[in-house]
Design a binder for this molecule. Structure first.
Ligand SMILES: Cc1cc2nc3c(=O)[nH]c(=O)nc-3n(C[C@H](O)[C@H](O)[C@H](O)COP(=O)(O)OP(=O)(O)OC[C@H]3O[C@@H](n4cnc5c(N)ncnc54)[C@H](O)[C@@H]3O)c2cc1C
Length: 503
């Protein structure tokens, strides 16, 4: 291969890699994105099962209404007019259940306060204070609002733990549980997860909540089109194994077939632990590498995907987070989860029979230790090393337990199942190359904020990082980081101005 045919080689075609590539190719850089899988998108992969489309991860997206931050980034790249979106019910995008008790989260700050105050008539002031505090924190994150700011304003609102902050806003324990009842969206620990993380994620969905019609893969496909239109390339089945540095600069990335990809700059979309493990260089000291081996990651998940019999289960245009105990953090705090007590339930409508659900997915926490007996196995659609029978039995038992636990939430569910399968921590580990199949990467912790927050630049001047481990996870968080990453090349003020000005 000729030397340096690309300006920038990007490792990983997840949202982070594709978005960094799209932004930079629009600036005239010749980019090449290398993806280990047959399918691009990482967490944005949708897949067919029993003739129906399922999401591997992304079930809904915040901040996509006109004028909001993600809308602006996607509009700048020409995605907004092509994306097929469905707005979740404005009066309830997330329903939070504790046993028989049902609470609704509405879109729009004022509606959120009004709706929740119906369930907590004596807590209107507390709910109002919660929303004010959330907005205050979000305003102090400049890039969350696509404006130029400084680190100090972020730091001033970053040091509070989630529990500490909620305790200061209300004494009502049930209200606090409800406000964090969809914590499957960010994971972590009730005490140590920073309030700012909760605020940035939660606020984006209160601003607006959409799901992708016909799969979130469309986002990856549209980004690939932008890259290709600008002369860039997206190569599949390129499993990068080595990053080789010489004389202080990264020289090339090498895949499992020995193919070398040379470029002037490199961006890694991988978990930093994975990036540094394949880095052949003395420039990153062992202590820095160890940091990424020891920093805790958020838990992984067990996701049940159910194809439903026709006209059995009504479709609802919102998500349900259901808890069988009074503690929404019960599963998040346990390392071994036998039978889950918290469930995120996501519905897809049957196009042939509107008003009924065609399928549903159930998200639960699961730590990687639950599947560690099969750590030696590896399975993706391109490498079909079938896992052992005991693993299949483990999955099956877990599926039965979860469906059994939800009989009162979705009456008739057991009888309505046509086909069912599940993904485990190993599924996410193998498809995404994420350590322990972690859902959201490095766990943000208010006790060690500096350690758990990374920069897009590294000690190697031509190696950069993008993706969910850097600032904030989720479609919005990863997109903001991609803007910061692209700004390393073209300047932040210039890029932010262009994004805000785009028609
Ligand atoms: C179960 C689950 C549910 C979620 N639900 C939501 C949701 O509803 N809404 C939301 O906004 N967010 C959700 N998220 C979070 C969101 O999906 C992620 O934060 C985001 O998509 C991560 O993007 P990324 O580019 O950082 O990483 P990834 O999507 O993990 O992409 C990394 C890419 O790098 C590739 N790769 C890895 N190693 C190599 C290698 N050696 N060589 C080449 N390529 C490699 C991988 O195959 C992958 O394509 C969810 C995540 C999970 C796991």
């Amino acid at each position: 291969m000729q030397e340096k045919p690309y300006d920038i080689v990007i490792i990983g075609a997840g949202l982070g890699g594709l978005l960094s590539a799209a932004l930079l190719s629009k600036e005239g850089y010749k980019v090449c994105v290398l993806e280990k899988n047959k399918q691009i998108g990482g967490c944005l992969q949708s897949f067919g099962f029993d003739g129906k489309l399922f999401e591997s991860a992304v079930h809904y997206i915040g901040s996509l209404d006109e004028g909001q931050t993600l809308y602006k980034i996607f509009r700048y790249l020409g995605l907004m007019e092509k994306l097929q979106l469905l707005r979740l019910d404005t009066e309830c995008f997330d329903e939070i259940r504790f046993g028989e008790k049902i609470f609704k989260m509405a879109q729009g700050h004022a509606s959120f306060i009004d709706t929740l105050s119906v369930s907590f008539p004596n807590e209107r002031n507390g709910i109002d204070a919660y929303i004010r505090e959330m907005c205050h924190v979000c305003e102090h994150f400049p890039m969350y609002n696509l404006r130029i700011g400084n680190a100090e304003e972020k730091q001033a609102v970053s040091r509070f733990g989630l529990k500490e902050k909620l305790d200061s806003l209300t004494e009502n324990e049930l209200l606090k549980q409800v406000l964090t009842g969809n914590n499957l969206l960010y994971g972590g620990h009730y005490q140590y997860t920073p309030f700012y993380l909760h605020a940035l994620i939660e606020n984006s969905y209160i601003e607006s909540s959409f799901k992708c019609r016909d799969g979130s893969t469309q986002i990856a496909r549209l980004l690939q089109e932008v890259i290709q239109q600008q002369g860039g390339e997206v190569l599949r089945n390129a499993d990068i194994q080595r990053l080789v540095e010489k004389d202080g600069l990264l020289l090339y990335a090498e895949d499992s077939n020995g193919e070398q990809y040379h470029a002037a700059h490199f961006i890694s979309n991988l978990h930093p632990q994975r990036t540094y493990r394949m880095l052949d260089s003395n420039m990153i000291r062992p202590i820095a590498r160890r940091r990424f081996d020891t920093l805790p990651n958020t838990l992984s998940s067990f996701v049940v995907n159910i194809s439903l019999k026709e006209k059995r289960i009504p479709f609802v245009n919102h998500n349900i987070y259901s808890h069988t105990t009074e503690d929404a953090w019960h599963d998040a705090h346990r390392s071994v989860i036998d039978t889950p007590t918290s469930f995120g339930i996501f519905f897809a409508e049957d196009k042939q029979h509107p008003g009924y659900a065609a399928s549903l997915s159930i998200l639960t926490y699961m730590d990687a230790s639950a599947t560690s007996s099969w750590d030696h196995s590896f399975h993706t659609t391109s490498e079909r090393d079938k896992r052992e029978e005991a693993y299949q039995q483990f999955k099956q038992q877990h599926i039965v337990d979860i469906i059994g636990s939800l009989q009162s939430v979705i009456p008739g569910l057991k009888e309505a199942v046509k086909a069912v399968d599940a993904s485990t921590p190993l599924t996410y580990r193998d498809y995404l190359n994420s350590p322990e199949g972690t859902m959201y990467g490095i766990q943000k912790d208010v006790r060690r904020l500096a350690e758990s927050t990374l920069a897009t630049r590294t000690k190697i001047p031509n190696l950069y990082l993008t993706g969910q481990n850097i600032n904030l996870h989720g479609v919005l968080g990863v997109s903001i980081t991609a803007v910061l990453n692209a700004a390393d090349f073209v300047g932040l003020e210039y890029l932010v101005k262009k994004i805000n000005a785009a028609e």
